[in-house]
Design a protein around this ligand. Structure first.
Ligand code: UD1
Length: 430
């Protein structure tokens, strides 16, 4: 089983290139099968979740040609089956986008119930509410969600909670429906906008993505296109916090600084210097970090996917900080692991009360999920001594070459596979 061995203490310094947004890619890869023409999609991150999505669309007959590591040509022309059921797809939450895409194109979809990170109860009632409003019947059968319709007709849909997944799924299901669909209380995340832009380049007519009302005028059909996925806001944010924790100086390149505003604002608040240019953000940290309070919120608020990263930073800050998680109800499980490294954090419900400590110390810990796993790695880079992190497969779901990028910034981190390799790492890093 692969693990990361990390020796803390080196400030991260240098430039790092950010890849395409995983969560945008998942919606876009599903959307690409909605035309019989070919879509060429660039800047797809080479991570486990996107590869699982590509396998899934291939398994029903789509053609996927990898032009290079980050570019694929996809054609949904030869799809022979609207059933997606394999052990891999159950593990990714975004498998639900195939429901919207297949329902929208073929009026029929059968997809295994979605999995994804274990960060609390994650219902999909709002997706189902949307599909039903468009005229579909939806039922659960043998662990699969089955959605079917004779025809889909535009509808006025009010989301009871702001949901990224439901917003994207309803866009997919309605982009070729008859008439106009209006989604109210829509999610405004950059990846919602990216999926809408992609569908529009395929001939869709989606207006208002990025605001809380989205209008979708059903198109007769969609056509092929060339598209480049936006940079990953959360990968960028993770490296920005890695700079803060290690008192480093890191420039994240190939980003959209506007998408990072809530992250940059918090880093400035805790005492980092943040410099923005057109497509890069530099974070410089000197001296001890200050405490702050933060609450996760839908975009443009502070992202829940950055909550573990800011918590590990506040764990090393002066004074007491409070982090409130308002999106998912069970997203502090990693705090037990961080406590093993010396953090002083009390979790009460959806709130973490953090008493900053002077240092973390290396320990043997596990990555409980994708973002928490990445946060524990950056905590380890700031800790005294060696940390060994298990279950790195979670981190690999969403970060491409994570350890290689950290190494290029001077981080002492290696992917290891045995006790012997860990010993070698300990000897090498002294
Ligand atoms: C997406 C992201 C995930 C991120 C999250 C919030 C993908 C593949 N994943 O997840 O990384 O953490 O947005 O930014 O893009 N909810 C319901 N009913 C529903 C749908 C959601 O009650 O039908 C609730 C959820 O339980 C949660 C909140 O709404 O409390 C937000 O969830 P949502 O935005 O849907 O998250 P995901 O799309 O699953």
């Amino acid at each position: 089983m692969e693990q990361y061995a990390v020796k803390g203490g080196n400030p991260l310094v240098g430039e790092v290139e950010i890849g395409g947004a995983k969560n945008a890619a998942l919606g876009i890869l599903a959307a690409a099968i909605m035309t019989d023409d070919t879509c060429t999609i660039d800047n797809i991150p080479d991570v486990r979740d996107t590869n699982v999505m590509l396998q899934a669309i291939e398994s029903i007959g789509s053609t996927v040609v990898r032009k290079d590591r980050h570019t694929c040509e996809i054609s949904g022309k030869n799809i022979i089956d609207q059933t997606i059921d394999n052990d891999y797809i159950k593990k990714i939450r975004a498998s639900y986008y195939l429901l919207g895409a297949l329902l929208g194109k073929y009026k029929k979809a059968r997809v295994s119930l979605p999995g994804g990170c274990n960060i609390g109860l994650r219902p999909i009632d709002q997706h189902i509410k949307g599909f039903k409003a468009l005229g579909a019947t939806v039922r659960i059968e043998h662990g699969m969600i089955v959605a079917e319709a004779d025809k889909l007709t535009g509808a006025h849909i009010y989301l009871d909670v702001v949901s990224v997944g439901a917003t994207i799924n309803i866009m997919l299901a309605s982009v070729m429906a008859e008439g106009t669909t209006i989604i109210e209380n829509a999610a405004k995340e950059p990846h919602v906008v990216d999926v809408a832009n992609f569908l529009n380049t395929m001939g869709g007519s989606i207006k208002g993505a990025g605001t809380d009302v989205i209008r979708i005028k059903g198109a007769r059909s969609l056509h092929g296109t060339n598209y480049t996925i936006i940079p990953d806001q959360i990968e960028a944010g993770t490296f920005m916090f890695a700079a803060a924790l290690t008192r480093g100086d890191v420039t994240v390149k190939n980003v959209i600084p506007k998408h990072l505003e809530s992250i940059s604002a918090k880093l400035s608040e805790i005492g980092c210097q943040v410099e923005e240019s057109d497509d890069a953000v530099r974070v410089v940290a000197t001296g001890q970090l200050n405490h702050t309070h933060v609450k996760t919120l839908p975009y443009p608020g502070f992202p829940t996917d950055m909550q573990p990263q800011i918590t590990v930073a506040l764990g090393l800050s002066k004074g007491t900080s409070i982090v409130t998680e308002s999106i998912f109800e069970n997203r502090f499980k990693y705090v037990d692991e961080l406590t093993r490294m010396g953090a002083s954090i009390k979790v009460e419900g959806n709130t973490a009360i953090i008493d900053g400590v002077n240092k973390y110390t290396g320990a043997s810990i596990s990555a409980p999920d994708l973002r928490a796993g990445a946060a524990l790695v950056i905590a380890a880079l700031a800790a005294d001594g060696v940390t060994v992190i298990d279950d790195v497969r979670y981190i690999q779901r969403g970060y491409e070459d994570f350890h290689l990028k950290l190494q290029s910034l001077g981080g002492l981190i290696e992917l290891v596979d045995s006790e012997k390799e860990i010993q070698k790492f300990r000897l090498k890093t002294g």
